[in-house]
Ligand binder design. Sequence first.
Ligand code: SF4
Ligand code: SF4
Length: 396
Amino acid sequence: MDYFRHLSRRQYVWLGVTLLAAVLVILAGRFVNPQQIHNDRVDFTTDMSIKEMAPQLDVTGKALAREFELPLDVPKKRPVRDLGVNQAQLDHVTAHLLSHRPSVFKYFVFAAIALLALVYLLRLGRPDKSAGPGPNTQRLQYPHAVYVGVLIVAVVVCGFLLGKSPNPMEGVVKLFKSMVGLYPSVTEKVAAFTFFVALAIVGNKLVCGWVCPFGALQELIYSLPILKQLKRYKPPFAVTNAVRGGLFILMLLLLFGILGQRRGFVLYHAVNPFNLFDLSFEMVSIGVTIVVAIVLSLFVYRPFCTLICPFGFVSWVFERLSLARVRIDRDRCTACGACTTTCPTHAAADILNGKLLPADCFSCTRCLRVCPHDAIRYGPVFVPLSPSTAENKTAS
Ligand code: SF4
Ligand code: SF4
């Protein structure tokens, strides 16, 4: 492949060291979590009590009672049969809760892919101009095939092979669920939330743009070459973000019992598309969400991410702190509009116009590929793009 042939010697060193580091991260994950937690199967029967079952399902007694649609103060030591739970209902609830038990190993896989993505964005995507003239400087910037390759790995490995949990959406929702007593350990959920947010801060939406399996699936569908002629629609960011933020606030009000009668109710359960990766469609609404998101992805960029996903919203907030992100070199920019036309969201235009709260940038590299003046770059915010200009120090 041309891309690899045209890497400079220094870039080969970066690639080798990063691949080695990624492999070590994955091996560390196998060491920490030698067995897939999904394989822990227990036969649950209606003779068992909530108190016996809850620890094995990694939830509190209250959470399990809620899953059985029983009052939260129901006796927890009695066999669930006496509480009116039948075996079919028990099987359904336990299968659902077991599917939410996260594999610790998957965090290491997420970290390894994010590391590769970050080094690619910072060091390997652009020709290494310091290596002098030669084939390296003539090659394409950020070839799309590399991005597509990583997205396929994200869907296959972080999705279908490793299952739906953990995922960034749950990383947010479970933090708040633990605050209303639905999980025995708050610390574990804080750690998961911190992991995903930290990656979003290190590199702009590194999780959503490169690692999240459902984000990757939508991105792949939107990028299908056969659909290039389709007319694409960019909904106004103010509208999509208001819907996404509104749903997030509604989720919190329902979960904490400020609205409605069911404290602990999780709005997102009904629209969790990550179920696709376990092929478990417990509710009709989940199947509908997946189909609608996939079909809409033909015309609109990442509809689930921009309209519904709570991590999409939270990471958009934390994007303000990102240490590395897409930036504009105003000395070089001629405002030709190539980046804003190719950007699938309003992010490039907002960055160009210096908006305080720009639309989500998924670090998808499209704008980096098309700029004829090399004026748009992915880099650390603390390194001036053109040190000689005072403007860049403030504007980018
Ligand atoms: S916003 Fe999209 S890419 Fe990001 S976590 Fe949600 S589904 Fe995944
Ligand atoms: S094309 Fe848009 S979303 Fe993609 S990296 Fe550029 S600004 Fe971000």
